[in-house]
Design a protein around this ligand. Structure first.
Ligand SMILES: Cc1ncc(COP(=O)(O)O)c(C=O)c1O
Length: 284
């Protein structure tokens, strides 16, 4: 069952208008929220980011926080024994005719569904992933979690074409984030991630990694990462809601550090797993 405009219904019966501005113009925003053992991960942070994205494109939030929580919990209650991720999206809705400017009276279309989160493959955790540096071809408002993801899709595909799992996006000589993940490096014992700006998505996993670093007294800083520093980093990690924290062990076909997941990543993934375990038992 999926959620569409106030109703739970089978996915085959969930239909929208071909005039929906999400379909015609990519005029909408989304969130992806993991749920571990039936407990939503960092729900308030995800709902706040949704609010920020909606405000940025002038769509009024169709639901209160409590209503969202109810909708999302109803979806994951279909099988709370599994780890799942909820995908939700709000588009501006269907206007009478196709026109770029925002129409006055439209009702947003709200869609949400949940899917099992496949466990991150053990080989990925043992061996890490390959990444390639690519020029950032996206727009100037990457802080909005917009459904308009063509550039991200092209970049991820180019990475796959080059035998890599993720692209690290470079703009004006600086490494910003991945096609669908945030970027961390470890340099001389210090964890570094680029500061929030309109050039990257403020990742919820990113913020938790910074919190865990502070809590466990690991040196960390939010600082711009020149491409050259990325290339010489001892460790590189990519973070996202569904992939958690993945170690990058090959960058542009060269090994990162000694080519194996690094010691700081090992600590961080342990703290992260502990956090998830605590979430399952209702401690967060
Ligand atoms: C471009 C981009 N950056 C970063 C992230 C990571 O964000 P989060 O940790 O909130 O999933 C995503 C997630 O999909 C993304 O698409």
């Amino acid at each position: 069952m999926v959620f569409l405009n106030g109703k739970m219904l089978p996915i085959e019966e969930a239909n929208i208008s071909v005039l929906d501005r999400g379909f015609l113009l990519g005029d909408g925003v989304y969130e992806v929220i993991p749920a571990y053992g039936g407990k939503l991960f960092r729900l308030q942070q995800h709902l706040q980011r949704l609010q920020n994205s909606l405000d940025a494109i002038r769509i009024s939030n169709p639901y209160t926080g409590a209503e969202w929580e109810q909708i999302l919990n109803d979806l994951i209650a279909q099988d709370s024994s599994l780890d799942q991720s909820v995908y939700l999206q709000v588009t501006r809705g269907a206007a009478a005719k196709r026109d770029h400017a925002f129409p006055d009276k439209v009702t947003p279309t709200v869609f949400a569904m949940c899917n099992p989160i496949p466990a991150v493959a053990e080989t990925l955790l043992q061996q890490g992933i390959a990444a390639v540096c690519l020029d950032d071809i996206r727009w100037q408002r990457c802080d909005i979690k917009a459904i308009t993801l063509l550039a991200n899709a092209m970049l991820r595909q180019q990475a796959h074409d080059e035998g890599a799992a993720e692209a690290i996006l470079i703009s004006a000589g600086y490494a910003l984030e991945g096609a669908a993940s945030n970027l961390f490096i470890v340099d001389a014992g210090k964890i570094i991630t680029p500061p929030k700006s309109s050039h990257l998505l403020p990742g919820v996993t990113r913020d938790l990694v910074l919190e865990l670093a502070a809590q466990h007294q690991l040196q960390h800083v939010e600082q711009a990462i020149p491409k050259q520093q990325l290339e010489q980093a001892d460790e590189i990690w990519m973070t996202s809601s569904t992939k958690e924290i993945l170690p990058v062990t090959t960058l542009d076909q060269r090994p990162v550090g000694d080519g194996k997941p690094g010691p700081t990543w090992k600590k961080m993934i342990e703290y992260f797993s502990l956090y998830k375990q605590q979430l399952r038992t209702g401690q967060h």
